[in-house]
Design a protein around this ligand. Structure first.
Ligand code: AP5
Ligand code: MG
Length: 212
């Protein structure tokens, strides 16, 4: 199964990506995680993307497309994948179609999880994330041991782009301007699956499964 997953910030993409990856045995690839790991590791990619990520701006298309094209060449994605947070612009969506076409494959579905803006804000302002594996927590539902990931033992932190409400609102604005138009793009090709993102993570996952 080859899937893309998008939706406003805080919709629960990362949370559901983990569930989908386990249920369907496909790797979940998050461009946000790739960029944060590169920044943490001080790599050349990290230096190129840090300012965009910290400020909540989109990383330029050419660089993002290059990163995903390379990642899609790896052995573990040949049987399927879930892209969390890519594509995020029309240019990225068209580039992905081109890469898949060249490899003789195509997408099986485009899942969008949607929540109202107040829910996005509440979730992101309370979010805690593992800096090692990317697993998400919330101040209301923290890891069992403070600041330590239940899954990998990594350090749980607050993401820099989750601290200021203004920056979160700016990311949401970019979503509506640049990413939301992808709904029409995928709907036209009968790939779009829309899921309501409110409710418990388990309730949302039931809807995701039904949609897939
Ligand atoms: P990215 O890491 O993708 O961040 P984002 O789009 O801002 O989305 P989030 O990760 O904030 O939200 P989410 O939907 O994953 O929510 P989550 O599951 O964590 O991107 C970061 C940056 O990288 C971008 O700003 C940009 O700079 C760059 N970038 C990445 N991809 C790019 C691209 N393609 N092109 C250009 N630039 C790119 O859930 C949020 C919180 O809510 C958590 O605390 C979670 O525990 C909680 N929660 C989840 N589900 C529920 C539920 N059902 N009920 C209650 N709480 C819940
Ligand atoms: Mg995420």
């Amino acid at each position: 199964m080859r899937l893309v997953l998008f939706g406003p910030q805080g919709a629960g993409k990362g949370t559901q990506a983990l569930n989908i990856s386990q249920k369907y045995s496909i790797p979940a690839i998050s461009t946000g995680d790739i960029f944060r790991w590169a920044i943490k590791g001080g790599t050349s990619l990290g230096r190129q993307v840090q300012e965009y990520v910290d400020e909540g701006e989109l990383v330029p298309d050419a660089l993002t497309i290059k990163v995903i094209t390379e990642r899609l060449g790896a052995a573990d994605v040949q049987g399927g994948f879930l892209l969390d947070g890519f594509p995020r612009t029309m240019e990225q969506a068209k580039a992905l179609d081109g890469v898949l076409r060249e490899r003789g494959t195509e997408l099986d579905g485009a899942l969008v999880i949607e929540v109202p803006e107040e829910v996005s804000l509440r979730r992101l302002l309370g979010r805690l994330s593992c800096s090692q594996c990317g697993r998400n927590y919330h101040v209301d539902l923290p890891p069992t041991v403070d600041w330590t990931c239940d899954t990998c033992g990594g350090q749980v932190v607050k993401r820099v782009d989750d601290v200021q409400e203004e920056k979160i609102r700016h990311r949401l604005e970019l979503y509506h301007q640049q990413t939301e138009p992808l709904k029409a793009y995928y709907k036209e090709r009968a790939l779009l699956r829309q899921v309501e993102g409110q409710g418990t993570p388990e309730e949302v996952f039931d809807r995701v499964r039904a949609a897939l």
